[in-house]
Design a protein around this ligand. Structure first.
Ligand SMILES: [Zn+2]
Length: 101
């Protein structure tokens, strides 16, 4: 019997941010330039900014469907990604307000 389980892996978040295809209900978008309406089932590069997709994340729970269509991409968890990018944004805000030492 085969099923999906999340595997923890150390990744370069900046690399993920630049090469991530985010899949919504029916279409995908590019996390690098925010282009919308990308056909996630076959698109290898962003039609807008030409970034090569290396990672995929899903806003829905259709992991199996997406995995089957895109075995070439590394599937990351959307919640994990949002958590880390949210934390980085907060750090950026914090550090820009910090007084010089
Ligand atoms: Zn793009």
């Amino acid at each position: 019997m085969a099923d999906f389980i999340r595997v923890w892996k150390e990744v370069d978040i900046e690399d993920v941010r630049q090469h991530l295809l985010i899949v919504g209900e029916a279409r995908g978008d590019c996390s690098s330039c925010r282009a919308l309406g990308i056909d996630y089932s076959s698109t290898k590069t962003c039609p807008n900014c030409n970034t090569v997709f290396k990672y995929v994340a899903s806003r829905t729970r259709e992991i199996k469907k997406i995995k089957t269509k895109r075995p070439d991409l590394i599937f990351i968890d959307m919640e994990d990604y949002k958590k880390i990018t949210g934390r980085l944004k907060a750090q950026d805000l914090f550090s820009s307000k910090k007084l010089p030492e």
